[in-house]
Design a protein around this ligand. Structure first.
Ligand code: NAD
Ligand code: MG
Length: 404
């Protein structure tokens, strides 16, 4: 039966890769809704090609522009805007599958709405799960939603785990691979001076700017450890991080009998996306077959926590529980924004997150409101920290670091 998709964040890197796979299988997938934030141009082009029922954008001005262009081109797609419209298309009875590919905390409300509507959710938006962990997983279980991981590591683990939950007892640990990002071998003392463009130049993957910076600090791997903890209900001690610079092995699962299963492939998000879209079938994704003889060598090393303090901070937040992961995520989003806007230096990202985690008292969230309050408090604390420590001359020329 044809799947009807709502694609949250269709103009992003994951969104575009998803549409690339969808376009290869018009017999299997139809697009019900596409959503973008401000990139109206790209959204219009996508609407003309995929003819969704609904398109959602961030604000009224963008909506008006998009609507004018669509009508001029003879396209009947309805245009809506704002956070509530995202929730509506995520839970609409006209879609069965929701691809959660908005970046950051903005994706939480619609993704949670999809869970509460019992949808099949293809989860790329790891920040939503990091923020709301137990609440999100409980909502998915209580409403019969199906979660299919799109994040390449989690998709790899999903592929290597036994299909039946009851057999998970034989799993000893999961091993998340990490490329180590663009600064794995760079002299640590020079990291204070790296620019946003250098940080966004990932050696193996082409991704949005926020996740690219997260990969450079390795906060991304930290968020992924937390994501794995919730998706696969394993304690942090049984989730390991392994540096694997070639990004060919996407992750591994260790079993009690000494077996280790791994999923391999070329680093292209269309593989995990196609897997999740068609599951349990397998469909062509446009990704070239892996040629191991050509790659010749795969290498591995332990992560360096001194070089990547964000990874350690995420592990600490997971161990602390409560609202710590939500605070970590929020502080990181503010710090990454500030870094991309050249208001703080690269190493100040970890410094800001650390300061916010120390400043906010931890507590157990009783519901979504509590999580959103923690998110808001952490954002305020991060802005305050950055404002209090920024040194004006460096801010002005965009090369400086925070004053410690
Ligand atoms: P991106 O920046 O390329 O795209 C983000 C999308 O979200 C865009 O469509 C944008 O319009 C939309 N968006 C941004 N802010 C919004 C807001 N406030 N409200 C509504 N929509 C908003 O990001 P990406 O690289 O595609 O990543 C998307 C998500 O997938 C992230 O959570 C990321 O961690 C995760 N992910 C990405 C990759 C990858 O290879 N790019 C891999 C694994 C996981
Ligand atoms: Mg990943």
């Amino acid at each position: 039966m044809k799947k009807h998709l709502t694609l949250l964040g269709s103009t992003g890197s994951i969104g575009e890769s998803t549409l690339d796979v969808v376009a290869r299988h018009p017999d299997r997938f139809a697009v019900y809704a596409l959503t973008a934030h401000r990139n109206g141009e790209k959204l219009v082009a996508q609407c003309l090609r995929f003819q969704p029922e609904v398109a959602v954008v961030g604000d009224a001005d963008t909506a008006a522009r998009v609507e004018t262009q669509l009508r001029a081109a003879g396209c009947a797609t309805q245009v809506a805007y704002g956070p509530q419209a995202l929730v509506e298309v995520a839970k609409s009875a006209q879609c069965d599958t929701v691809v959660a590919a908005i970046v950051g905390a903005a994706g939480l409300a619609p993704t949670l709405a999809a869970a509460m509507a019992g949808k099949r959710i293809l989860l790329a938006n790891k920040e939503a799960l990091v923020m709301s962990g137990a609440i999100f997983m409980d909502a998915a279980r209580d409403h019969g939603a199906t979660l299919l991981p799109v994040d390449s590591e989690h998709n790899a683990i999903f592929q290597c785990l036994p299909r039946e939950e009851a057999l998970h007892g034989g799993v000893t640990k999961i091993i998340l691979t990490a490329s180590g990002g663009p600064f794995r071998t760079r002299e640590p003392a020079t990291l204070v001076n790296v620019t946003p463009d250098e940080a966004c130049k990932h050696p193996n993957w082409v991704m949005g700017r926020k996740i690219s910076v997260d990969s450079a600090t390795m906060m991304n791997k930290g968020l992924e450890v937390i994501e794995a903890h919730w998706l696969f209900s394993l304690p942090g001690e049984r989730i390991e991080v392994l540096i694997h610079p070639q990004s060919v092995i996407h992750s591994l699962v260790s079993y009690a009998d000494g077996s280790v299963l791994a999923q391999l492939g070329n680093p292209d998000m269309r593989t995990p996306i196609a897997h999740a879209l068609a599951f349990p079938d397998r469909v062509e994704s446009g990704v070239a077959q892996l040629d191991l003889a050509d790659i010749a060598q795969l290498s591995f090393e332990k992560p360096d926590y001194a070089r990547f303090p964000c990874l350690a901070l995420a592990m600490q937040a997971l161990a602390a529980g409560g609202i710590a992961s939500a605070a970590l995520n929020a502080a990181n989003e503010v710090a990454v924004d500030a870094f991309l806007a050249r208001r703080i230096g690269f190493m100040d990202i970890a410094q800001t997150v650390d300061a916010v985690l120390n400043a906010l008292p931890n507590r157990r969230p009783s519901g979504l409101d509590d999580v959103l309050e923690a998110d808001a408090a952490a954002r305020r604390a991060a802005h305050d920290y950055i404002a209090a420590h920024a040194r004006a001359p460096h801010v002005a020329n965009g090369t400086g670091q925070l004053d410690r």
